[in-house]
Design a protein around this ligand. Structure first.
Ligand code: UGA
Length: 433
């Protein structure tokens, strides 16, 4: 199949490279010429494990190319994927569909034969209908079908998620489109990945409902962690105890500083807006959003408490800035709120992250960056683990304690055991234990 991927950001690039690896002929398009030139040289705009290798391999083998000119590849494509950004619209939290509609107009003008237009960007219910209208209005002769095919990629594990998905959701209303989509995903079908064909609006909603449910699961365990602290229970054991029930499942039950990233915060807010617009409010998700926002601030209070009630003029060492490990993504990272609150309370912040320091510099001012965990801890009044990078899981705690001014460690990801920390003389604070 010939595929054009409009948008070479996170989703477009991973999807394009994986589809090329399945044997399809993929052209990734982006307006940012500097990005395209870098990609042609094998330089990735984002950090994602395995992505550079996959892109280079498929470029070498002639199945993957990059361009800023959408006309030839769209005209020649069996399917055109729209994978442009849908950021939160400033002011009201709705998904901003400007880029999706702009791409639709540009695609419409280039269509030469029956083509499937696939929205891969996360778009509110009804966007497919709008895309259809725009294409028909721009090019009344165009033969096309609009399909919804949401992505369920986790940053840091995106290639694995694409190649071994729990399911593929395809929303469409057109038989020819169904044949083309089946052909595109045949390699996964052979791997026995379930493909769910459904209506287009249903597919659009599945994406938001999935993210909102996962955000709810995380928020649920975060509140249970708070209760554990009050009643003297252990949240890790509670999570295991409930997660072994197949109806609940053990994943996404790790208590933490609140969910962040480019998806959950934006998608939960957008879903709440959609629900209100349609007069069917989602009270649970509204509450989840509010609890999660408040939680990030509460984490700063927890750190201040662990430091004896004040961080004024103290140096706080922060390990991990990205919203989760294996990414350099700082979007809505809990570290931002936590660091800003600590600074407001008079702390000096020193931070280390294996990948996201360059991104962090764009959003955080007045902090000092360290080159590793130990130099970050040097002479600090307390150490806080915000992101559970692999390299923070087996720190030489003796060395950390020796480096710190006082042996205070706040572990917002529960990666250490309280009894081990006590043995090493650490004043250890974690979540729900
Ligand atoms: C999420 C979904 O997991 C993907 O399925 C979806 O495709 C993607 O959004 C998207 O809509 O594009 P992602 O944002 O990359 O993926 O990251 P997650 O691994 O889901 O983590 C999100 C946040 O939840 C992180 O801040 C993480 O630290 C937090 N989290 C996750 C917890 O606090 N506890 C957990 O048990 C799991």
């Amino acid at each position: 199949m010939k595929i054009a991927m409009i948008g070479s950001g996170y989703v477009g690039l991973v999807s394009g490279a994986c589809l090329a690896d399945f044997g399809h002929e993929v052209t990734c398009v982006d307006k940012d010429m500097a990005k395209i030139e870098a990609l042609r040289k094998g330089i990735m705009p984002i950090f994602e494990p395995g992505l550079a290798e996959l892109v280079l391999k498929n470029m070498r083998e002639g199945r993957l190319s990059f361009t800023n000119d959408l006309k030839p590849c769209v005209g020649d494509a069996d399917a055109v994927f729209i994978a442009v950004g849908t950021p939160s619209r400033r002011g009201d939290g709705h998904a901003d569909l400007t880029y999706v509609y702009e791409a639709s107009r540009e695609i419409a003008a280039c269509l030469t034969r029956f083509t499937v237009i696939v929205t891969k960007s996360t778009v509110p219910v009804g966007t497919g209908d709008e895309v259809e209208k725009i294409i028909s209005a721009t090019n009344p002769q165009a033969e096309f079908a609009v399909v919804s095919n949401p992505e369920f990629l986790r940053e840091g594990a995106a290639i694995k998620d694409f190649k071994h998905p729990d399911r593929i959701v395809i929303g469409l209303e057109d038989e020819r489109a169904r044949e083309i989509m089946t052909e595109i995903y045949r390699p996964l079908y052979l791997n026995q990945a379930p493909i769910q064909f459904t209506g287009r609006r249903t597919s659009e909603l599945i994406k938001y409902a999935a993210n909102a449910f996962l955000a709810t699961k995380i928020t649920f365990i975060n509140e249970i962690a708070d209760l554990c602290e009050k009643v003297g229970a252990n949240v890790k054991d509670v999570a295991r105890g409930i997660g072994l029930d197949n109806r609940i499942g053990g994943k996404f039950l790790n208590a933490g500083p609140g969910y962040g990233g480019s998806c959950f915060p934006k998608d939960t807010t957008a879903l709440v807006k959609t629900a209100n617009d349609y007069g069917a409010p989602l009270r649970i998700i509204e509450t989840v959003v509010a609890i999660n926002d408040a939680r990030k601030l509460r984490m700063a209070q927890k750190i201040i408490k662990a430091c004896g009630g004040s961080v004024k003029d103290k140096v706080i060492a922060i390990l991990g800035l990205a919203f989760k490990p294996n990414t350099d993504d700082m979007r809505d990272a809990p570290s931002i709120t936590i660091i800003e609150s600590l600074k407001k309370a008079g702390a000096h912040v020193r931070a280390y992250d294996p990948e996201s320091i360059e991104q962090a510099k764009l959003v955080l001012n007045d902090i000092i960056y360290a080159g590793n965990a130990y130099s970050c801890a040097q002479n600090a009044d307390a150490l806080v683990i915000v992101t559970e990078w692999e390299e923070f899981r087996a720190l030489d705690i003796g060395r950390i304690v020796a480096a710190l001014k006082s042996p205070i460690i706040v572990d917002l990801r529960n990666i250490y055991r309280p009894e081990d920390m006590a043995k090493k003389g650490v004043q250890y604070t974690s979540l729900g234990r």
